[in-house]
Design a protein around this ligand. Structure first.
Ligand SMILES: CC(C)(COP(=O)(O)OP(=O)(O)OC[C@H]1O[C@@H](n2cnc3c(N)ncnc32)[C@H](O)[C@@H]1OP(=O)(O)O)[C@@H](O)C(=O)NCCC(=O)NCCS
Length: 430
């Protein structure tokens, strides 16, 4: 089999878990106008969104059109004004907004028709008058005219569209109960609809420079700390995201310059952007000396049952650099160790997940992380000894071997009385 085929199979295996996880989930995507400026990018994005739809995600898209409106105004030599980072929409230029937004919308609809052609069933992208606006009014003596603010949203109607397998599109145009048209920030709309639908995910595309130096994952407390330190331009976005608090489980910030960021974020373990989570979330990381107590809590009951070989606190402290841990809400709930001391082989040891958290594939994630580390060290194989868990390892690509297949140093230490099973996995390097 060729390497590209192996890579394909590996990726399919890795992503299948996420495909199942995302099915039926509600996802709101904020798509800034910058992403819709070039035909090729619109097509790539539509294809990816169509793929998500075919995998069973319920999708709401909130599209912006700022650069397109700027260009249309420039083409007619019309200057525009902002106040508090918000564009003023004078009555006489409202038709330019309507026309431009209509054009962007029709480009997107056309791209979805093309993307739909590659799917088994046609996809309908639907928009409507679900968003009710009111005037932003006069602030500091400045009249915002047709710039509106959100008054309410008919989210039941949006939900009904999602249930009937349609993709919902929100545009910057919204209407007042007096029948006027308003220009309404679509990020604000995206946040509101995500909150009202209690969406599982809100995905927000942002310019690359806004995402630099952000960690891969943030909880609500870290988000609040970060927001306080940010410059004003970024504060607006992060402040808005903070108000979503517990209503949306996960908010993902994606790089709008990277066309693959959407699929990478959803279907790979490490994702591609920054995730803000309000549900319980775990992270796998290198262990440090402070984790020794937490690791002992996980492994001590298993040592007492004879499932793991006993390790003293002192030995654990000395060997802590070999360990990784899995942490959730500041609690160690799993661990594993890699001893890379055997030429091109490494020993996987002490893989354990706290009983309260077993069956959530955390063991598998720890194993994957150990394998990554082993590959990074250019090891060719992993081996381990176990008395109770050989079936689990066989299901995860190991094969049963005999003690004389162990590295020589390890063979000399093999305890024939314990009679552990020997398991080996060959590592594939890309
Ligand atoms: C092995 C272990 C790390 C797996 O962790 P986990 O997070 O529950 O693993 P996953 O969620 O990825 O896998 C769960 C599956 O493995 C199965 N499994 C768990 N222990 C198993 C064992 N000893 N033998 C065979 N299968 C086992 C579970 O039944 C479950 O299968 P199911 O989904 O069909 O019900 C965990 O069970 C554990 O801590 N065991 C005790 C320590 C140990 O034996 N370590 C290995 C020696 S180094």
């Amino acid at each position: 089999m060729q390497q590209s085929e192996l890579d394909f199979i590996q990726s399919l295996r890795q992503s299948s878990h996420y495909i199942e996880q995302h099915r039926g989930k509600t996802c709101v995507l904020y798509i800034p106008g910058e992403l819709l400026e070039n035909g090729e990018r619109i097509q790539t994005l539509s294809r990816d969104i169509a793929l998500l739809h075919s995998l069973g995600l319920k999708l709401v898209l909130a599209m912006g059109a700022t650069p397109q409106i700027n260009k249309a105004l420039q083409a007619q030599d019309i200057a525009w004004q902002h106040h508090h980072q918000c564009r003023i929409t004078p009555t006489e230029i409202l038709p330019i907004f309507q026309q431009t937004i209509g054009q962007v919308r029709s480009q997107l609809e056309a791209a979805f028709c093309q993307a739909s052609n590659q799917q088994q069933k046609p996809i309908s992208l639907i928009s409507g008058n679900w968003v009710i606006a009111r005037p932003k009014g006069v602030v500091d003596g400045i009249d915002y005219q047709h710039t509106g603010q959100l008054r309410k949203m008919n989210h039941e109607a949006i939900q009904a569209c999602l249930e009937s397998k349609q993709i919902v599109l929100l545009t910057p145009l919204a209407y007042s109960l007096t029948g006027e048209v308003f220009n309404l920030n679509t990020l604000e709309q995206a946040c509101e609809v995500a909150k009202l639908l209690r969406a599982d995910k809100l995905m927000v595309f942002q310019p690359e420079n806004q995402l630099q130096n952000l960690p891969a994952a943030l909880n609500q407390v870290q988000l609040a700390q970060l927001t306080a330190e940010l410059p004003d331009a970024q504060k607006l976005l992060f402040g808005r995201l903070q108000t979503l608090s517990n209503a949306v489980k996960r908010i993902h910030l994606l790089n709008q310059e990277d066309p693959s960021s959407l699929l990478l974020e959803l279907f790979t373990r490490d994702g591609s952007g920054t995730m803000i989570f309000s549900d319980r979330y775990h992270q796998i990381r290198q262990a440090s000396i402070e984790d020794v107590g937490g690791i002992l809590e996980v492994i001590a009951p298993l040592e007492q049952n004879g499932i793991l070989v006993k390790r003293s606190r002192e030995r654990l402290e000395l060997e802590i650099d070999n360990f990784i841990v899995i942490e959730r809400d500041q609690r160690i709930i799993g661990c594993a160790a890699l001893y890379a001391d055997y030429h091109d082989s490494g020993e996987l040891a002490c893989l354990a997940v706290h009983p309260d958290y077993q069956g959530q594939e955390l063991g598998e994630q720890l194993l994957e992380e150990i394998e990554q580390r082993a590959k990074h060290k250019r090891l060719q194989q992993l081996f381990l000894l176990t008395t109770h868990t050989h079936h689990w390892f066989i299901e995860h690509g190991f094969y049963l071997a005999s003690p004389n297949e162990l590295p020589m140093q390890k063979q000399q230490l093999y305890n024939y009385q314990r009679n552990s099973k020997v398991l080996i996995k060959t590592l594939t390097h890309s």
